[in-house]
Design a protein around this ligand. Structure first.
Ligand code: ADE
Length: 420
């Protein structure tokens, strides 16, 4: 078979490379685990000649993952997982300073977004790294997975999509389900960075306000916790009875969304579903309500419904569009309903992405070593990788922990009547 075409770079402005390099360097200072993997990869070159394509948010943290893959010997191409999250200076630095192929521009339209994914598909990647499953699902739909060693998926939403896909024709490691990822990325990462986006866009005081969180999965838990920590009253809306019970036991208000709609000041959707906030909710909201989405796709806040009840919005601040109901109440939509932590801020802090991207890097190495022999479909990240990342992160924080004695291990491994 002829060699696949190498995609060419398509970025906003190569002249931004110096700024991007400074940003990548800053993030690298907070990514010690990924750095240690990069150093090992540079010495061992475990990914020599492997074609890796990544569809991720093009941020400084992602750049450090790309550097790590390149250090391991991979030919690496990157496109955006969201049209509004690309940091153009970082894209420039990756191309100009690190020899990566990047096809991404902040604000690119749906045609360019799809074309960039298409270019990576044509390059016949052997390994994919996705955030939202757009790249792997395009490869799957094009019957273009036969040479693949496998892929990885970074988000809950991406895994939901892949599990719904019949007969996935390659292995995809569920990075989002890894214990380290759920704890650090979903809970602490989204918990903080969603507010980073909301506060950068609005400069609101959270203390004394009512924050309504839709969805009490790992990310919703993080957001609710941070909102409470900032002095807000927190209401959780959930459809899963056990999660709703858990939220109530944590001391949060729990009620149906229509009831919460009339009470909230700040609304944050993070369900992974669609049409969570619709015209029925908008019509009940207070003047000045803020609407933000922290889920992966921009379908959680029903924009058509918002236009139906409040007409066209007008930009009152960068990334804040104000919609006025017929009686004069104003609703403020952030970042067009796109994932607020990346569209209105810089995403999760580098410390958080250190864990996520260490997992990704070790999973790429694992797929190369497995040589395509793993079962197809969504598969768990091996526990050894999960534990190794947690161990390395603890070590980077200077934290030591105990280990079980042989007797304790033996006791836990054998059932004994009466527990003695
Ligand atoms: N997802 C959430 N935050 C991110 C970041 N900083 N970089 C890449 N992907 C992300």
């Amino acid at each position: 078979m002829a060699a696949p075409p190498t995609p060419t770079a398509e970025i906003a402005d190569p002249a931004l490379a110096d700024d991007g390099e400074a940003r990548i360097d800053w993030a690298d200072g907070f990514m010690p685990v990924l750095r240690s993997i990069r150093e090992r990869f540079a010495a061992e070159r475990p990914l020599e000649g492997v074609r890796v394509a990544a569809c991720l948010h093009v941020t400084a943290e992602t750049a450090n993952l790309v550097r790590t893959l390149i250090a391991g010997g991979a030919e690496t191409a990157l496109c955006a997982a969201n049209p509004l999250s690309t940091q153009d200076d970082v894209a420039a630095a990756l191309v100009e300073r690190h020899g990566a192929v990047v096809q991404a521009r902040r604000g690119e339209g749906p045609d360019d977004y799809a074309r960039h994914i298409g270019a990576l598909v044509k390059s016949r990647p052997q390994i994919t790294v996705d955030d939202g499953a757009d790249l792997i699902s395009t490869l799957h739909a094009a019957n273009a997975t036969e040479w693949m060693l496998g892929g990885m998926e970074e988000t809950t939403t991406g895994l939901v999509r892949l599990r719904a896909l019949e007969g996935l024709s390659c292995t995809v490691l569920a990075v989002n389900d890894a214990r380290t990822e759920r704890t650090i990325n979903d809970r602490f990462g989204t918990g903080q960075s969603a507010f980073d986006g909301i506060l950068r866009a609005t400069n609101l005081l959270l203390a004394g306000r009512t924050v309504v969180v839709f969805g009490y999965g790992w990310t919703g838990k993080g957001i609710a916790l941070r909102a409470r920590g900032a002095g807000a009253e927190v209401i959780v809306c959930e459809v899963d009875p056990l999660r709703a019970l858990e939220a109530r036991m944590e001391g949060f208000g729990v009620m149906p969304a229509l009831e919460a709609a009339a009470r909230g000041d700040v609304f944050i959707t993070v369900t992974g579903g669609r049409d969570v906030l619709t015209s029925a909710h908008f019509e009940r909201m207070k003047d000045g309500a803020v609407l933000a989405n922290a889920g992966h796709f921009d379908v959680e806040i029903d924009l058509a419904g918002l236009h139906a009840v409040a007409g066209e919005g007008r930009e009152v601040l960068p990334l804040v569009e104000q919609y006025t109901l017929p009686d004069g109440r104003r609703l403020n939509l952030l970042a067009q309903g796109r994932v607020v932590n990346l569209a209105a801020a810089a995403g999760h802090p580098a410390e958080v992405m250190d864990v996520s991207f260490a997992l990704q890097a070790l999973c790429v190495e694992y797929l190369v070593r497995a040589g395509g022999a793993l079962p197809h479909g969504v598969q768990p990240v091996p526990d050894e990788i999960d534990n190794e990342v947690a161990r390395l992160k603890l070590a980077s924080l200077g934290v030591e922990i105990d280990t079980l004695t042989e007797e304790q291990r033996a006791y836990l491994g054998v059932w004994s009547p009466g527990g003695g």
